[in-house]
Design a protein around this ligand. Sequence first.
Ligand code: HEC
Length: 142
Amino acid sequence: MNSSPLPLPVIALTLFAAGCTSPHPAEPASPAGTFASVRPVLETNCVHCHGKTRLAQMPAFTDTAALARLKGTWIIPGHPERSRLFQVVTLTDEQPGAMPPTGHAIAKADVEKIRAWIQAGAPLPERAPIPLQPTGDRPHSW
Ligand code: HEC
């Protein structure tokens, strides 16, 4: 007569336990020191000024090949404290040369990502150049 199906909550719970432990798994953070960890920092905070259209004296952050060419001048692999690209993000808004130059220092966690990347030798992917794109989710409207 009655086939007595499992109550709905039991089915839902079983599917949930079998399928995933969290309905909204957090985006895995890229390990410190990798290019993947530093890429969003540059794309959010720097590339819209340091892209294809920029002043001649500005280092280009257009793609990974351009970043590779900064090694030895703006980036001293293994030595963030000697790297201008790191120094400028540690300056306070009031100090000349601070980057971004618009009075909005980047987050401490992002400064640390740049430091760790240069400390690790500023590794870059070896395959064809990966373009850097300015992202729309900048914390400030520059
Ligand atoms: C609002 C536009 C703007 C943004 C955003 C910006 N820059 Fe710059 N950047 C400039 C300009 C303009 C110069 C040239 C300044 C000069 O020559 O005095 C410059 C110069 C530099 C230099 C050379 C500094 C020097 O001492 O000669 C470095 C390194 C640099 N930027 C890194 C960065 C980094 C890293 C970021 C992101 C955290 C960033 N910039 C974000 C506009 C910008």
